[in-house]
Write a protein that binds this ligand. Sequence first.
Ligand code: NOJ
Length: 550
Amino acid sequence: MHEQEQEPSAEGGPWWREAVFYQLYPRSFADANGDGVGDLDGILARLEHLVWLGVDALWLSPFYRSPMADFGYDVSDHCDVDPIFGDLAAFDALLTEAHALGLRVIIDWVPNHTSDQHPWFLDAASSRDSEHRDWYVWRDPVEDGSPPNNWVAAFDLTAPAWTFHEPTGQWYLHLFDPAQPDLDWDQPAVVRAMHEVLQFWLDRGVDGFRADVLHTIGKFPDLPDDPPPVAGIPHCALNDVPVTHERIRAIRSLIDSYPDDRVLVGEIYLMTTDAIASYYGDGDEVHLAFNFPALYAPWDADRWRAAIEETEATLGSRGAWPTWVLSNHDNPRHRTRYDRAAIHRGEDAATTARRSEARARAAAVLLLTLRGTPFLYQGEELGLLDADIRPEQALDPGSRDGCRAPLPWDGSAGHGWSTGPGAGIDPWLPFPPEADVRNREALHTDPNSILHLYRRLLAVRRATPELRAGELELLDTPPGVLALRRSLGAGVCHVVINTTDAEVELSGVLVPVGSTLLIASDDLGRTGAARATSTDRFMLGADQAIILTV
Ligand code: NOJ
């Protein structure tokens, strides 16, 4: 394996501005010890795939000790690896090898809550006078016996964000599952302990963190009710409190005190780009934040244009660097979402089957040509759909199993998933649809596959400074078409995306004479001169996306 050659940074900025991240969900990537659950050695054994693909950085979802009530987002020891995933030596080996291959590695840090099995909470729950009691948020019962406020927990929208703890006669707060009690960040000891966790991993050499629901570490001291119009929405999507910014600034200065541009990526789970943008601070809070309105945008040119305009306006005015993401471990994969939405709009099943992958290919072109740092989610390079999960197979309290299905590596019965002693064992969740043909090995041998499209997109992005770092302008288009102009110095690219099922003729403004087709989403062979004369017609195919140098 060879270390990747990274073009010099087009802007001379930190690495994460021009990197493409790849999210690994360790339970589902690859299983090296044959127990049916993915692990760190499995990732190590498959790093070559990521190098071949051409990503720059990995984000690992939690691998810490955990009772797995929320599959690792309920941490019972922040500074150790859960045995199901390996051990600290396996983590060190993975980090060392990733670095040797030129891949940066960021890890999840879960600051808002712990597991209810964490020694801190076990002590807190042992008595009202315990050392760690005030590390968590406890409230006395109100007279009528109802919870202390109207906050709703995530996962079960009928459930309050509070659980009554009989032995000590108080309610404790949990914005997520009852097995995930919220820490009280008003307590300096909590801040110190969670900063020490960051230091532990920074000292081990990680390149940064994806901070889980980072906007929730500050709460109004009197924990006021959510107002009636939004009551019923999980409180984690509403919590937006000034004191949090101060706390993030302290986290940022700790991270910035380490060399080599370590990065803080905030999961700021708020529903407007404007609200999210405020967590970039004055360049002194998160380096990057996920842009959820874009993740939730349907596959519709107008909606994407609006999301891009809003992102450019709100982040651009702060000098904040955008991120783009289509899929992650919390939401149906984008291919599945776009199909479901199309069916909901009345598209018939045969048409959806015909258009499904074409839409996913066009979406890949968009994701990898927007201005900002893209995040891929494992398996989107295979064009995976969500797995069908029968009720008796469901495991996740938040019904997110479908997008967490294991990756099919080959077309064999066990899909090359378990390579250890238990090879052939059933994985913890069923494989996604079409795994016989839609697996890494099969797509790798087909140069026209979506996998090769992702690889070519990453290569073109790497070789094209204007795509990595250029200005972005939205161009006028026919209906249903989205067009971006990316420019840096003399370098100019046009990206044109047809979200409709009909061919569209493009003007000479979008496809100027003399422009060169770098990528067509549906046909890798179709590259070269796009339009020779001003009278040539350029037809953009149904669901097709193209990148041109002009
Ligand atoms: C956001 C994570 O992405 C999700 O998977 C988790 O359930 C919650 N935060 C709680 O940690």
